[in-house]
Ligand binder design. Structure first.
Ligand SMILES: Cc1cc2nc3c(=O)[nH]c(=O)nc-3n(C[C@H](O)[C@H](O)[C@H](O)COP(=O)(O)O)c2cc1C
Length: 240
């Protein structure tokens, strides 16, 4: 049991990868391991699209184009802004929640991870260009050769998201046990239409997030350890 706790604690999100490809049998194995997770009435209400090679590169290029359009929009004057609003290129086509401000219950935790991560990378809070540059790395999948896109069945709402989360965690831990790194990516969930251009996916499913997979590099970003809150923070007190 202690070994298992140590194993769990040793997993961290990977944000810089080697270009070395991951064998398809390994990707299939981590997906198979993902499917050993519990599921609502065993329905497995999700699909996982695998982007490698040209598909991965095309999606990364399209995401980067859209991200650049977002940056141009932010820095442009009123007339160009109006034009952009009509074109809508780069605007989220799905999951606006990703770009919404956090609720005050959660904001301090989200601020802390941002502050700690940028401090680790020696990026100043005011250095918008460096922060944007780091965010853009999401759209390069942090250099990972594999990007998985996880879609959930719309009919089951949060239960489908819960099942997909269980699947994702098993998959992530399986990858970790094989020396692979992963990073779940809400950042890619805003442009579902681009992913649909590449894969045959039923309209009954919607994009939850991406997960990049590959071999971690030695970059210091991969030494970052996100803080852990104590269990007491998530256990409500008894009423009496
Ligand atoms: C659904 C989900 C979406 C995430 N999206 C992103 C993302 O877009 N970019 C990123 O760098 N990290 C993303 N993360 C990683 C979290 O920031 C990370 O899990 C958290 O800070 C805890 O760090 P750890 O995974 O290293 O333990 C995401 C995690 C989850 C579960």
């Amino acid at each position: 049991m202690d070994d298992f706790s140590t194993f769990l604690a040793s997993r961290r999100s990977t944000r810089d990868f080697l270009p070395e490809p991951v064998p398809m049998e390994m990707i299939e194995q981590i997906i198979e391991d993902g499917l050993t997770a519990p599921s609502w009435s065993n329905t497995r209400p999700f699909v996982v699209a695998i982007a490698t090679g040209e598909v991965r590169d095309r999606l990364s290029e399209e995401f980067l184009r859209r991200w650049n359009a977002v940056k141009d929009f932010r820095g442009s004057g009123i007339f160009r802004k109006i034009g952009s609003i009509f074109r809508r290129y780069g605007f989220p086509t799905s999951n606006w929640l990703v770009v919404k401000k956090y609720h005050k219950d959660l904001l301090p935790r989200s601020r802390k991870i941002g502050k700690d991560l940028y401090a680790h990378m020696e990026i100043e809070r005011e250095d918008k260009e460096a922060r944007d540059g780091f965010w853009a790395r999401n759209y390069e999948f942090f250099g990972a050769p594999v990007e998985l896109f996880l879609f959930t069945h719309k009919s089951l709402g949060k239960f489908a998201a819960s099942d997909a989360g269980l699947f994702m965690q098993n998959l992530i831990l399986s990858a970790h046990s094989k020396g692979l790194g992963t990073c779940p990516q809400g950042a890619v969930a805003v442009w579902e239409d681009a992913v649909r251009e590449e894969f045959e996916i039923s309209k009954n499913y919607s994009l939850l997030c991406g997960i990049c997979v590959g071999y971690p590099s030695q970059d210091s970003i991969n030494e970052f350890g996100a803080n852990r809150i104590p269990p007491s923070e998530i256990i409500p007190p008894l009423k009496r």
